[in-house]
Design a protein around this ligand. Structure first.
Ligand code: MGP
Length: 207
């Protein structure tokens, strides 16, 4: 900070300009707390076929509770279009595990959008970023968002928003609309809602 001030001082003296890049007194060391803390996880079950359970493959990466920590973490994660097929990133509210078995997910479900890989290119990075920002920015009603997951597969990417409830009602409908708006989803992409209890037996309905 001191260095920026000095450099700027020299420029203003030389050029007599009055527009400053950093407002006087701005403290760049201030941090901005998130409403909740959020934890990033990564898994790639294919790399460890010997795992005794699905959960054993989940690797907790980092928990963030400020805007600044979030960007520090996110900018250092490998971009999703560069990850190996069969891997997943999960971002869940601190204290909620990204698994059906967690009590917070017991009655929940997930909105799911599938992006054909050939047509997504690296725009998938932007879709994922927008979903992550919506989640940590608490954009969904009734504190419904437990977390979000991106699945990297050979032919497609799949982004899911996990909600704490799964009853088809106004709140969930509004979340579906919100997702479309916040991600700026092309109309041709459909979105499904899958209650977790159906996920376990592969049932879904399309919104
Ligand atoms: P998936 O990654 O949610 O995707 O689950 P999908 O569409 O079933 O298949 P994919 O090949 O496209 O990834 C893959 C498998 O991981 C499931 O069939 C389960 O065996 C296991 N699994 C996934 N989740 C989220 C859980 C979980 O929360 N708990 C347990 N016990 N197993 C899970």
């Amino acid at each position: 900070m001191a260095q920026i001030d000095n450099e700027w001082h020299n420029i203003t003296q030389d050029n007599h300009k009055s527009i400053v890049p950093v407002p006087e007194g701005l403290d760049l060391t201030v941090t901005h707390p998130l409403q909740n803390a959020w934890t990033f996880y990564y898994d790639n079950p294919v790399l460890n076929n010997n795992a005794q359970s699905w959960a054993e493959n989940l690797k907790e990466l980092v928990t963030v509770d400020t805007v600044e920590d979030f960007w520090g973490a996110f900018n250092n994660l490998t971009k999703v279009d560069q990850l190996e097929p069969s891997s997943n990133y999960h971002l869940f509210k601190k204290g909620i595990r990204p698994e059906w078995e967690d009590p917070a997910n017991a009655n929940g479900g997930k909105f799911v959008i599938q992006f054909p890989r050939a047509r997504s290119g690296n725009t998938i990075n932007l879709f994922w970023l927008n979903m992550v920002l919506a989640v940590i920015g608490e954009q969904f009603v009734n504190d419904e968002a437990c977390g979000t997951v991106i699945a990297i597969r050979r032919n497609y990417f799949r982004i899911a928003l996990w909600t704490k409830s799964s009853q088809r009602n106004e709140s969930l409908e509004s979340i579906g609309h919100n997702i479309r708006e916040l991600l700026n989803l092309p109309m041709h992409l459909t979105m499904d809602f899958i209650p977790h209890e159906s996920a376990q037996i592969h049932e879904k309905f399309t919104l």
